[in-house]
Ligand binder design. Structure first.
Ligand SMILES: Nc1ncnc2c1ncn2[C@@H]1O[C@H](COP(=O)(O)OP(=O)(O)OP(=O)(O)O)[C@@H](O)[C@H]1O
Ligand SMILES: Nc1nc2c(ncn2[C@@H]2O[C@H](COP(=O)(O)O)[C@@H](O)[C@H]2O)c(=O)[nH]1
Length: 213
């Protein structure tokens, strides 16, 4: 059933989901799996000044920008949030998020913690999910075995991981990414529960009661 077919939720906005977690925990992997399971879930493509990794495509994985281009996006207020992470800028294009939510579709932002906290100030009604590794050793294995980062970058990302995990208290949900499918199922359960929140239905119910009384 779509929002449009439902008497009680016809004009509802989509839900904004923010997924964070330390580098290498599996955010990208979980997001891709979620998108293949939930065809209606929209993924926000971020802008970054980081160089593309092998196989990454501009406009699909990221909008790859020069530092100057990124700074001008900040100046023109094109970003919902942005942050500097291990020497590069990352930011969420604002218009796409707003248009997607207004169209009634759910959108997922895969972003680091500083940016997530800025989004929380603007969208306190968003759903904030923090992905944890089963252990710190496993996190180190995953980021190392991915083979995309230099030893120096891995060291910096592992240092950032400690601070990020310490900020997980600001999130609504914590999910351990032990198995990708299990992590996705937990996120899907959260999304189902969020869609059933009374706040999404009460305005329509109250309006209907006023009309029938
Ligand atoms: N549940 C899992 N079990 C084992 N390996 C996993 C799991 N989830 C992801 N991985 C692997 O861990 C590595 C890191 O995953 P991924 O690139 O998705 O992490 P990320 O959190 O998006 O990292 P970054 O923030 O650096 O982009 C990848 O090689 C991926 O295949
Ligand atoms: N604050 C933001 N963080 C973002 C955004 N897009 C991605 N990220 C996060 O950056 C790190 C590093 O990403 P990587 O692709 O270089 O491994 C990771 O935690 C991403 O989730 C964004 O728009 N804003």
């Amino acid at each position: 059933m779509t929002n449009k077919e439902c008497q009680w939720g016809g004009e509802e906005r989509g839900i904004l989901i923010v997924l964070s977690g330390p580098s290498g925990v599996g955010k990208g992997t979980v997001c891709s799996a979620l998108r293949s399971m939930s065809k209606d879930l929209v993924y926000s493509v971020s802008a970054t000044t980081r160089l593309p990794r092998e196989g990454e495509i501009d406009g699909v994985n990221y909008f790859f920008k020069t530092r100057e281009q990124f700074l001008s996006m900040i100046d023109n207020e094109e970003l919902l949030e942005w942050a500097e992470y291990v020497g590069n800028y990352y930011g969420t294009p604002k218009a796409f998020v707003e248009q997607t939510l207004a169209s009634g579709k759910d959108i997922i932002l895969e972003i680091e913690v500083q940016g997530a906290l800025k989004v929380k100030e603007k969208f306190p009604e968003g759903v904030f999910i923090f992905l944890l590794p089963p252990s710190i050793d496993e996190l180190q294995n995953r980021i190392t075995n991915r083979g995309t980062e230099s030893e120096e970058t891995i060291r910096k990302r592992m240092t950032a991981a400690v601070e990020e995990i310490s900020l997980s208290e600001h999130y609504d949900y914590i999910i351990v990414n032990d198995k990708v499918e299990a992590a996705c199922n937990r996120i899907r359960s959260i999304m189902v529960a969020e869609h059933c929140k009374k706040e999404r239905y009460l305005p329509k119910i109250k309006k209907w009661i006023e009309e029938v009384l």
